[in-house]
Design a protein around this ligand. Sequence first.
Ligand SMILES: NC(=O)C1=CN([C@@H]2O[C@H](COP(=O)(O)OP(=O)(O)OC[C@H]3O[C@@H](n4cnc5c(N)ncnc54)[C@H](OP(=O)(O)O)[C@@H]3O)[C@@H](O)[C@H]2O)C=CC1
Ligand SMILES: N[C@@H](CC(=O)OP(=O)(O)O)C(=O)O
Length: 369
Amino acid sequence: MEDTRRINVGILGATGTVGQRFITLLSTHPWFVIHKLGASPRSAGKLYPKAANWKQVTPIPSAVREMVVHECKPEHFADCAIIFSGLDSDVAGDIENAFRKAELAVFSNAKNYRRDPNVPLIVPLVNPSHLSIIAQQQALHSPPLSKGFIVTNANCSTTGIVIPLAALEKAFGPLEQVIATTMQAISGGGYPGVPSLDILDNIVPFISGEEEKIEWETLKILGGLTEDDQGRKQFDMHARSPLRVSASCNRVPVIDGHTACVSVRFARRPPPSPQQVREALGAYTADALTLGAPSAPVHTISVHEEPDRPQPRLDRYFQEGAGVSVGRVRQCQVLDIKFVVLANNVSIGAATSSIINAELAVLRGVVQG
Ligand SMILES: NC(=O)C1=CN([C@@H]2O[C@H](COP(=O)(O)OP(=O)(O)OC[C@H]3O[C@@H](n4cnc5c(N)ncnc54)[C@H](OP(=O)(O)O)[C@@H]3O)[C@@H](O)[C@H]2O)C=CC1
Ligand SMILES: N[C@@H](CC(=O)OP(=O)(O)O)C(=O)O
């Protein structure tokens, strides 16, 4: 039977890089209907095409061409069941909290609440079960909430790295050590981003705060959600694995698509062979797909045999940007296995993850339409 649900959604930061991707994806979504748009006071009151410096390859969808942009105040969004946030992190903390307090369900791309012990940090192709902490977040809020909550998705580089790691952990047990070196696209910094004179003909070997985020977020995502003696849920970074992560981050002259070279040591000895790793990665199916999330990719990981893949220009649209591409799986002479992974930072690294997270929350009955 056809699923005919229609759920009104609002987009905060609708004029930005991630906000534009939200609009493009949501304009054809089977359940979600774009109902309200929000951005800064500079954009508020303007028709969307006047407020946004549209940078997508497809035109502004007709659904938003006549919409007026609002200030990001909950009263303008009261008739939305879901709020997607692509807000600048300088303002996301206070605004998202105000929306939660107003009993709105917020799905955020910003970093502000990722470390909150009652906020799930969800890469939808990895740990959707962490949505179960929402009830505790609502109960511990002052005053307690019945519908409002915040769910975050991960940093875009973390997302690309953690998906193959989850597949390896599922197939071969706990991981002990991970060393990752990223080559991150310019779009990761939002628009206009790094000045052209800094990034053309160049590599910038520093992205503020990025290495710490990859090293910490990976542990929260792959870690377990355990209960203490009083039945209180808590994220246990090492419940499932004794993992330690080291990241080095670089900005490179690529428009979209974050690449990472990753080396892994497994806890179990002997470790799997490169061929076993290839097979496990290719066989990985995210629970989000089996649970019925409409935006979940049919194939989570594309495994390349060619020696020169993945490449951002060729592989960033795999599964419309919702899957990740892995290649160069081989033995590592220091740890066990090494490979290269590419993820579309503005799709599965940002808007697509938020959208799948919201779909999963709807399927769990945490959000009502
Ligand atoms: N780009 C990426 O690949 C990824 C980004 N993220 C995160 O997503 C968020 C958005 O990133 P991105 O789209 O790149 O950033 P942009 O700078 O492109 O967009 C920021 C958005 O925030 C709005 N904004 C700024 N100030 C205010 C304010 N005072 N009140 C309300 N709205 C405001 C802007 O509105 P206006 O146009 O009116 O100024 C704009 O819509 C960030 O937190 C970022 O860290 C996460 C993963 C990946
Ligand atoms: N810092 C990332 C993008 C980003 O905004 O990350 P975060 O959501 O963790 O702040 C990049 O530059 O590619």
